[in-house]
Design a protein around this ligand. Sequence first.
Ligand code: AMP
Length: 205
Amino acid sequence: MNVIFLGPPGAGKGTIGAKIKERFSLLHLSTGDMLRAEMQEHTELGAMAKGYIDEGKLVPDDVIIGMVEKKLKTAQGGILFDGFPRTVAQAEALDKIATIDQVINLATEVDVVVKRICSRRMCRKCGAVLNTAMLDGKDICPVCDGELYVRDDDNEETVRKRFAVYEEQTAPLIDYYEKKGVVTTLQADAPIDDITDQIASILAK
Ligand code: AMP
């Protein structure tokens, strides 16, 4: 089973994806995580991507498609695509290499996203995505004691830009996949565990 999580930044794709991949034994393929790994390793691709990411823009399609194609060559079993595809060109490229069974569209508003992302913290060690409300004023990861950090692109100005980029370049994918009859839209403002359960029952069908 191959699934796409669609939705603006901060809709909860990564957090919910981490829970769903466990329940359904899927490979969690997040192009954002792959790009951040390239940046951390100071690769040429990472250096090139950083400029786009810090400005809230999309990394060019050919770079992203090449990166995903390479990953899929060795991937086995079902895949949960998180943050990919983000353009119609990426969706068309994906159609040539994988069949998509379900698209979960996580819908939310820009102000909800700004609030959520500006209080987001990431763990450098285990990759957990946390919220300051869960941290009780502490600045170490409650999962592994790792160091927490704020992503460079998690500031209000960039988040508003990323949301606008989403509406312009990624939202057309809702229509693209609706034509294939595989989209389920959920409100992403409900508690994470409730949304996760809703998605699990959709995928179990
Ligand atoms: P994310 O972690 O999914 O929010 O992605 C962080 C940033 O990485 C995005 O704002 C884009 O700059 C870049 N990025 C991630 N996935 C893609 C993609 N599929 N296409 C283009 N850029 C991407």
